[in-house]
Ligand binder design. Structure first.
Ligand code: PLP
Length: 466
């Protein structure tokens, strides 16, 4: 029995983990002969594992979450004070941090109005899908129920969210999925040669044409059947894909023309990651629904939000005589006050420390450094990103753009890890295209941090592709 082990007995922790923890996203066979890695402490953008090894975290907790960095006392204090006073009440009632954070959030989102609390990105997206479905039933006899999603985008891990999942390898073996979800093409200009009709277009011409592909799907399906379009502002796990110029303007126009609700999934980009409060704010677009999770409280508490316009909200309250005319949905832990209490402090930190500006500056430095690396390493086929959310796509040949095998990307990640720098790479997502290295350090990163991260990649590429 290992209960009560002390942190001065690291082997006991490792054995407890090996024996009983089912880790996310990983094949466990290797843990029979190598130790699972246990992370024990973080400060700023550094983390330490149980062996005492120090790492620079260039992926904000592995999955783009710890935006304000580790060890923030003021967030811990705010959460402690709040949960001692009132830790939870079901969301039928309000709470002080719930009300205050909703007000602060809406202040950063002109045009938006209402905040629905939940606790994971997948769940927030499910709320949005349910809203779109309920509106279809209320206004269109259930007909306008289809939800469009994009090739290479990801919206979460539940069966509903996977039904809107554009990453075939993530979805494989988990079907059948929910009906009424329809895919539209991706907008990765670098791979336009694989998109019939778009091969010869670049820049804005490509962006507009890629968006018009969405219109083609709406027309094929019948505009009277399509209720919503769900897009990431910058595709994350599908390969770090910022939208081409002209794309979002055209998407907005198409949504308005066909009365399709625009749902933007800001689970990764929300609260600063791209150097603006929300990714969509880089492109002047006005969504109907915005979902967010990871950076909202930087992982200090579990919180997600599904934010709507007043017009969407109004459709759930306009007829109080109809007993079914409200959003008949709940998220038990959406009533935890730790989430909004942490989120308020998190937002104050981003503001007071000028982290949006830092993200823009440091993001530009990542792109500059990676572009310089591309001059030296021909394996880098494309460098792209927005703010502190950047990717380098690795190819065997710049002419054919054939992707390097996923295993080679994994070797680069492992080499960086051995150097004490944690980077990410797309994995098991898009068949044959899991070839993008991903960088998303905390928004507090300095120029020295960025240079240390890209130096590690330089060394790794030199060794892996020697
Ligand atoms: C764009 C996007 N949406 C939704 C999710 C799902 O979030 P969660 O894992 O909190 O359910 C993710 C997770 O990586 C994501 O990247």
């Amino acid at each position: 029995m290992t209960i009560g082990f002390q942190m001065n007995d690291p082997q006991a922790v490792i054995e407890a983990d090996r024996a009983h923890v089912w880790h996310h996203l990983i094949q466990h066979k290797p843990f029979e002969t190598t130790d699972p890695r246990i992370i024990v402490e973080g400060k700023g953008l550094k983390v330490w594992d149980i062996t005492g090894k120090e790492h620079i975290d260039a992926v904000s907790g592995g999955v783009w979450t710890v935006n304000v960095g580790y060890g923030r006392e003021r967030i811990a204090d705010a959460v402690r004070d709040q949960i001692l006073k009132m830790n939870f009440f079901g969301g039928v009632l309000g709470t002080i941090p719930g009300a205050r954070f909703a007000e602060a959030l809406i202040d950063k989102m002109p045009g938006m109005s209402r905040v629905y609390y939940a606790n994971s990105g997948s769940e927030a997206n499910e709320k949005a899908f349910k809203m779109i479905r309920q509106i279809a039933h209320k206004r269109y006899g259930g007909r306008k129920h289809k939800i469009l999603y994009r090739d290479r985008d990801y919206h979460g891990t539940t069966i509903g969210a996977l039904s809107a999942g554009g990453q075939q390898e993530r979805n494989a073996l988990y079907g059948p999925f929910a009906p009424g979800f329809v895919e539209v093409p991706h907008c990765l200009e670098y791979r336009r040669h694989e998109q019939p009709g778009l091969e010869n277009l670049t820049g804005e011409a490509y962006g507009v044409a890629a968006a018009r592909k969405i219109e083609e799907v709406i027309l094929r399906e019948g505009p009277d059947t399509v209720g919503g379009l769900c897009l990431e502002p910058v595709t994350a796990g599908g390969g770090v894909i910022p939208p081409p110029p002209g794309y979002w303007e055209t998407v907005q126009e198409i949504c308005r023309r066909y009365d399709v609700l625009l749902h933007i999934d800001e689970v990764v980009c929300g609260v600063g990651r791209t150097g603006t409060w929300f990714g969509y704010q880089n492109y002047g677009v006005q969504p109907d629904i915005v979902t967010m999770a990871k950076g909202v409280a930087s992982g200090y508490a579990a919180i997600s939000c599904c934010v709507t316009t007043e017009a969407v909200f109004e459709m759930f309250k306009d007829d109080a005589s109809d007993p079914m005319n409200y959003f008949r949905d709940i998220s038990t832990f959406g009533g935890c006050t730790a989430g909004p209490a942490a989120a308020l402090e998190n937002m104050a930190i981003v503001e007071e420390e000028g982290l949006l500006e830092n993200t823009q500056e440091m993001g530009a430095r990542v792109i500059e450094n990676l572009t310089r690396l591309a001059e030296k390493h021909s394996v880098i086929g494309d460098v792209r990103g927005t703010g502190l959310f950047c990717g380098a796509e690795l190819v065997t040949d710049r002419e054919t753009k054939d992707p390097v095998p996923e295993a080679m990307c994994a070797k680069v990640v492992a080499d960086c890890m051995a150097q004490g720098v944690i980077i990410g790479a797309t994995n098991r997502s898009v068949p044959g295209k899991n070839n993008t290295l991903c960088l998303s350090p905390p928004l507090i990163a300095t120029a020295d941090d960025i240079d240390a991260i890209t130096d590690a990649i330089d060394g790794a590429l030199g060794r892996v592709f020697a």
